[in-house]
Write a protein that binds this ligand. Structure first.
Ligand SMILES: [Zn+2]
Length: 299
């Protein structure tokens, strides 16, 4: 379902400044260097903020899980860039052995190539997110039509294979343009980034990657790993496979529960928070039979 789009205060300011700059440069041509400088500086910040994965200047962006008062502290494990015939089944086996659920951000073109892997992810009870059709390095540079095509074609293939179209989108490399928020709202998707990153695609040392993920790991963290293009250890094994069991041990030892991203939108009874009456969603009334969940700040 499409969601109404409301530009952020920063986007609104940028739009007004750009229009005002053009107008004043026309009315008072002598001042054009000043206005040009201001507009260019603003656009520099605009583009730069798209390179900061957890930034909310360009639109809603879930980078940490909301924590429910009194509920177990929780974190979310996410795997990007798959599915991959070598790594994805092995990750699924490790997660199954620990009865752990995660969210897999799949690339549409790879899902089309490996449909059985997408079905296996969904069958195992994991959530599937949209990670664009081609994971193009120039994704952040695309216009609205191309962005829509990248996302909606992935929605179609993942929805068909998993039975439910994804609710979450993660931008390739976490880099996005100021146009993405508008496109995601039209398609009814939510942007999610992360709070913990191990750089498992570039660092071949599993200990270091693990240390980055677990240092200060705590309630609300969203961890990003990769089930494709993982670095390989000296034995040639993708390091995600050797570090994942230890990572799950650490999560358990710190008393953290692992949830899928979709569970953050559910209350204790399993009902979607968005489907509840406004008074319950805003905390002015309790839901039937219990305490209300905390509403994600972007909801
Ligand atoms: Zn990616």
């Amino acid at each position: 379902m499409p969601r109404p789009w409301h530009p952020t205060p920063f986007l609104t300011f940028s739009i007004v400044l750009t229009l005002l700059g053009g107008l004043l440069a026309a009315v008072a041509p002598a001042c054009w260097p000043v206005w040009l400088g201001l507009v260019l500086s603003d656009h520099l910040v605009l583009v730069g903020s798209g390179f900061v994965p957890w930034s909310t200047l360009l639109g809603a962006n879930l980078s940490r899980l909301p924590q429910r008062p009194g509920a177990p502290a929780r974190v979310a494990l996410t795997f990007d860039d798959g599915p991959d015939p070598e790594t994805t089944p092995a990750i699924l086996a490790i997660l199954a052995a620990r009865d752990t659920r995660a969210t897999f951000f799949c690339v549409g073109s790879r899902a089309r190539t490996y449909p059985d892997l997408v079905r296996a992810i969904a069958r195992a009870g994991h959530e599937i997110g949209n990670h664009s059709w081609s994971h193009a390095p120039w994704f952040w540079f695309l216009g609205p039509a191309a962005l829509t095509e990248q996302i909606i074609s992935t929605q179609r293939v993942l929805g068909r294979l998993a039975g439910t179209a994804p609710a979450w989108f993660r931008a390739p490399a976490g880099i996005r343009s100021p146009l993405l928020d508008l496109v995601l709202c039209r398609l009814g998707l939510r942007l999610v980034s992360w709070s913990r990153r191990g750089f498992d695609t570039v660092d071949r040392n599993a200990e270091r990657v693990s240390a980055r993920l677990t240092m200060h790991l705590g309630a609300g963290d969203i961890l990003v790993l990769h089930d494709r293009a993982s670095s390989r250890d000296p034995k040639g094994q993708p390091i995600v496979l050797s570090l994942l069991p230890r990572l799950l041990d650490t999560i358990a030892a710190r008393g953290l529960a692992t949830v899928t991203l979709g569970e953050t939108l559910m209350d204790d009874s399993g009902a979607r928070i968005e489907d509840q009456p406004t008074a319950i969603r805003e905390g002015r009334a309790a839901p039937p039979g219990g305490r209300r969940d905390e509403i994600p700040p972007h909801a």
